[in-house]
Structures are given as C-alpha cells and as structure tokens.
Design a protein around this ligand. Sequence first.
Ligand SMILES: C[S@@+](CC[C@H](N)C(=O)[O-])C[C@H]1O[C@@H](n2cnc3c(N)ncnc32)[C@H](O)[C@@H]1O
Length: 343
Amino acid sequence: MSFVFATCRAGSEPSLKADVARWHEGRLTPAFMRPQLITWKVRGQPPDSGFVLDSPFARVSGLSLGLCASAAELIDKLRATGERSLCLHAFPRETPEDGVPPETWRRIDARQAPIISALTDAGFQLRPASSLAHGDLVLDLLFDDADDAAFFAGLHRHHDGAHRQPGGLPRLTLPPHAPSRAWLKVEQALAWRGWDTPELQGRLALDLGCAPGGASLALLDRGMRVTGVDTGDMDEAVLRHDSGAFRHLRTPVGRLDPARLPAGVSLILCDINLAPPEVLPHIERLQRALRAPRLILTLKLNIPALERRLDEFVDFIRGFSPAPVHVTQLAANRREVCVAAGV
Ligand SMILES: C[S@@+](CC[C@H](N)C(=O)[O-])C[C@H]1O[C@@H](n2cnc3c(N)ncnc32)[C@H](O)[C@@H]1O
C-alpha cells in the first residue's frame, strides 16, 4: 500500500484537499491528517519518486514514508526504497506565518543530528542541501514540537518549481523594523526561485502596491533601486533608506504610464489588494511595455470563487510573462498565492 504527502500553510488544508479531490479523484483518498500535513492513500499503481501534487497549496509533496519512532525505523523504510543518495530536508511541521524562530531551528538541528549520523553509518550518502539540483532525491523529515514525538518522513525529487529550502522555509523571521509582512513574502519568494543573490544589486524593481513598504525595504536592503507605486503612505524606513534609492509614485496602477518609468526594470513586484481579475490586466499592460525578465505577483484569493479560478489566472499570466511561470503558497502568504515568472 502506498501513500503520498503534502505540507501546506495553516488554514489551507481544505483548499489543498479540494485540489487533490478535483485532480486525483478515485486515485488518492485522504488518510493521515495533522495541521499543515496531509497524506493520501494511493489506489492502483504506486507512484514513482518523481511524484508531485500539482496544487499550489502543496508547499512540499512527494511519497510518504509515514511516521518513524526512531532513526532505525527510518533506515528500514529507506532501505526498502532502494535509494542510497539523498539530500536531507528537516523542518518543523507547524510553521508560524511570521517565520520559524531561531530556537525552533536549533531544536530541529538537534533532532536531525543523530539521524544524520545513523543514516551515514548505515551507508546512505547525504548530499548538502546547498548543492540541490533538478532530479535530486530529497528526504523530508518533519518534526513536531514534542522532542520525543515520532517524526514524519517523505521523499520527493527536486524540480524547477519546487522550494529549495527545507519545507520551503528560509531561515528568516519578520524583522522588527519591517513596515509590513510583505518583507517576509518577498524574501521567501526570492529564496524559492533562487533569486536571493548579489546579482540583484544595482538593478531596478517596480513595486506595485508598495505601501507601507515591507517589500520595498527588503529589496533596498538587497541593494536594488526601487520605484514604488501606491496611493498610500510609505514608511519612513523606506523613504529615508540610506541608499536613497527609493522613488514613490503616488498614483493608482491604472493611471501609471510606463513612459514615466526609468528604463531597464528587472523585476516587477505586485502585492495590490485587488482581486486578480481587476489587477492582472494592469500588470499585463505594464509588462508588455516594460518586458521585465522577472515577475513576483501576489494573487489575492480572498473568496473560494477566486481560489477556484486560480488556474485561469495563472494561464492568463503565462500569456504575457517570461517563462517559466510557477505558483506556490509561501509560508508567509495568507489567503493568497505567489506567482513567479522568469529565470
Ligand atoms: C497588501 S498592501 C501592500 C503591502 C506592500 N507590498 C508592502 O510591502 O508593505 C496592498 C496595497 O495595495 C494598494 N493598492 C490598492 N489598490 C491600488 C491601486 N489601484 N493602485 C496602486 N496601489 C493600490 C493599497 O494602497 C495597499 O497599500
């Protein structure tokens, strides 16, 4: 009997289950369920290790190895798969939306250390997470709060749309000086796409719906120049940023004339709190004029009717955006998802 698993944001379990019921009806039946973790029993042919659940609400998904009471039990289960070379991703099952605090990561590191030793002693080859490449097999270990609790194990193959960090959780929390949670959303989006690199320095970002300025501040701190568009007020931390590299256009996006913008926008960011049918035509118009090589768009899905139209919105975005286009629900997202386009 085989099982598959997926992790998700707290509160998105029903959306994830609904997607799976829609796309895999009859083949996958919900089995084990905990906050932010669901498994499904697979009917018929067992899926191979490349299995992914094609739902944006599944942050990590793959084959379930189930609960393990000890490293020895995990080793037995892994031996049965025949796989020897793995990249280990250990992370907490439950993740607060403001980021996993350092003390939780310390606890996770302490819990994975003896498991790493036991796997190495048993002859498994553990590759560093930093070298993760397309097709690599990842061993996901999910830990609960209680130190003596059994841990959950799963396997997935890394692919281009998948998160690079364990659990899709870069080791970041919302800093006290951030004007809004958008700081964490943009940092998580950059980490997801592997765009959190020094090459951002000096480049220009267009931040649509920029007030009060969490995302702009993150990009300024990374050395980007930012033109922000919003009718609302910006936080002083952005307006008085040391770099002086922020420019505020106090206009609704619908009135923004791309001819007024400086040339060479390398990233368009959008976090406007309008429904996708209202905001996407504006992004299309701007992107057709600016041809930015990268987009990071937050799609607000505040009502179930919008959530059900997500595929339609992503198809629309594909029509005017650089490829590839990927969608995920970041750990810091609320009733929204993140779409990233470009390489
Ligand atoms: C979720 S907040 C954005 C948070 C922001 N990204 C940050 O980093 O702090 C949504 C923003 O969209 C802005 N907004 C709503 N409609 C807009 C429009 N038509 N044009 C520009 N901005 C708009 C609002 O004023 C609000 O500041």
